[in-house]
Write a protein that binds this ligand. Structure first.
Ligand SMILES: Cc1cn([C@H]2C[C@H](O)[C@@H](COP(=O)(O)OP(=O)(O)O[C@H]3O[C@H](C)C(=O)[C@H](O)[C@H]3O)O2)c(=O)[nH]c1=O
Length: 183
């Protein structure tokens, strides 16, 4: 397994070891000891899967309370994935890192607790899997506006399919600091 740093401390790209043979391939998508040593010491407590069509954009979501670190990857298809630092007091506040995740490249992306996360599907469909380091807390959820002009994130489409919640996302600069996670 290889782990690559990004410009955002704690946000890493994981390339798991893939065992290919004439039948196909095998890979460990998580291993408690190895990931605790190489990715995050935080324990994972919840697994999620979502399925989306091309052009669907989910994000940019965070939880102020029970902030979730996420180990995300794609089981089928391809997405453009973004981690945005919204931790008040962080030296990289307002900065984001992106990566293309696909069933082909088999990459994983770790987004630490306190970041906002989102992805946009670039294949016909995508099956998106992830592990979370804290529970779902809908009362504590927030959405940063996907196309916040201050962030200038190069999403693969200007006209994504969004949930009603994400249509009404808030510009990062418009959040009062008590609604954001703290560094
Ligand atoms: C996230 C979540 C959702 N739900 C229920 C609540 C709704 O009835 C339904 C769809 O929820 P939502 O529209 O918030 O799903 P996404 O838009 O995929 O949200 C996720 O999108 C981005 C990419 C993220 O990083 C977060 O994991 C998460 O916010 O699933 C649950 O029961 N448990 C959960 O952990």
């Amino acid at each position: 397994m290889q782990v690559h740093k990004t410009d955002l401390p704690g946000v890493v790209i994981v390339e798991p070891k893939v065992f290919g043979d004439e039948r196909g391939f095998f890979m460990e998508t998580w291993n408690q000891a190895r990931y605790a040593e190489m990715v995050t010491a935080d324990a994972f407590v919840q697994d999620n899967v979502s399925f989306s069509r091309k052009g669907v954009l989910r994000g940019l979501h965070f939880q102020k309370i029970n902030p979730q670190g996420k180990l995300v990857y794609v089981l089928q298809g391809e997405v453009f994935d973004v981690a945005l630092d919204i931790r008040v007091g962080s030296p990289t506040f307002g900065q984001w890192a992106s990566v293309v995740l696909s069933a082909e490249n088999k990459r994983q992306f770790f987004i630490p607790a306190g970041f906002a996360h989102g992805f946009c599907v670039t294949s016909e469909t995508a099956l998106f899997a992830y592990k979370c380091t804290d529970k779902y807390n809908p009362q504590a959820e927030g959405s940063v506006l996907w196309n916040d002009p201050d962030l200038n994130i190069p999403w693969p489409t200007d006209t994504p399919e969004l949930s009603a919640k994400d249509e009404k996302g808030t510009k990062l600069a418009d959040f009062s600091v008590e609604l954001l996670p703290h560094y």
